[in-house]
Design a binder for this molecule. Structure first.
Ligand SMILES: C[S@@+](CC[C@H](N)C(=O)[O-])C[C@H]1O[C@@H](n2cnc3c(N)ncnc32)[C@H](O)[C@@H]1O
Length: 246
């Protein structure tokens, strides 16, 4: 069974997810890509609250959303337009073989796969879910930009007024090593309750990503350095990868 961060399990944190991760340039990028590729069948692995998933389906496409979190799934299902999506609780092994035109992992889902084995298995399942010539798109933070150096209380502190009262939030870095970053997200409610969410992400280099894609039967079509399709350079914060199933 997939081990899930408390962010995707605790009902209040699930409810607050879209406030911290609202619709943005990333949403526009993936919607634009789906339109440009004229994708009719799309799979979205790790759909979260399903914000993008529902928009993709609104255009009359066949959209399959897969996520292992029952709480995220329940939230996504309650939202307008949810009835147009085929929601599946599970990990990449639940994707099946829908001969999709486009498969995506958005919101840095690609970084939750900590080991090389988990990543290779996920890519294999994405490959099986696509038709030959179909596209895989995802983003991952560029390790060279060392985002974790900003993951401290001073830089990340935010206080917001939410349906659950005032919530203070910040990140604390715990450990960096072997391409992995461990950190804790603090959530302090005005009742005095503190929820600490331990989390770990894998930061793969572009070389590691390219090698894993090639050995799974993908060709890298584009690597962008931002959501406006600017070129990827060493200092880019993001790697936005579009690969094609051979
Ligand atoms: C940061 S959220 C991204 C949500 C959404 N795609 C977005 O763009 O905002 C990560 C999501 O990945 C899901 N997840 C965690 N482990 C996973 C796994 N092994 N396979 C697929 N999804 C996973 C979580 O349940 C959560 O919904």
């Amino acid at each position: 069974m997939t081990k899930l961060d408390l962010h995707y399990v605790e009902p209040r944190l699930v409810e607050l997810y879209d406030r911290a991760n609202p619709r943005g340039a990333d949403t526009d990028f993936y919607l634009g890509l789906a339109a440009e590729l004229q994708a009719q069948t799309i799979v979205d692995l790790g759909f979260g609250t399903g914000l993008l998933t529902r928009e993709l389906a609104a255009a009359g496409r066949r959209v399959i959303g897969v996520d292992p979190s029952p709480a995220m799934l329940a939230y996504a299902r309650r939202k307008p337009g949810a009835e147009r999506v085929a929601w599946v609780e599970g990990d990449s092994s639940a994707l099946g073989t829908p001969a999709a035109d486009l498969a995506m992992m958005t919101g840095n889902v690609a970084q939750v796969f900590l080991t090389d084995d988990e990543w290779a298995t996920t890519l294999r399942h994405m490959h099986q879910a696509l038709r030959p010539g179909g596209y895989l798109a995802f983003e991952s933070r560029n390790p060279a930009a060392r985002a974790w150096e900003q993951w401290n209380r001073e830089t990340t502190y935010e206080k917001s007024y939410t349906p659950f009262g005032v919530v203070e939030e910040w990140l604390e870095l715990v450990h960096v090593g072997d391409g992995r970053v461990r950190f804790e997200a603090y959530n302090v409610f005005d009742t005095g309750e503190t929820l600490v969410v331990p989390s770990e992400l894998r930061f793969r280099t572009l070389e590691e990503i390219t090698r894993s894609l090639t050995s799974t039967g993908f060709s890298v079509a584009h690597v962008y350095g931002d959501w406006q399709r600017g070129p990827f350079v060493d200092t880019s914060r993001l790697m936005v990868v579009v690969a094609r199933r051979n």
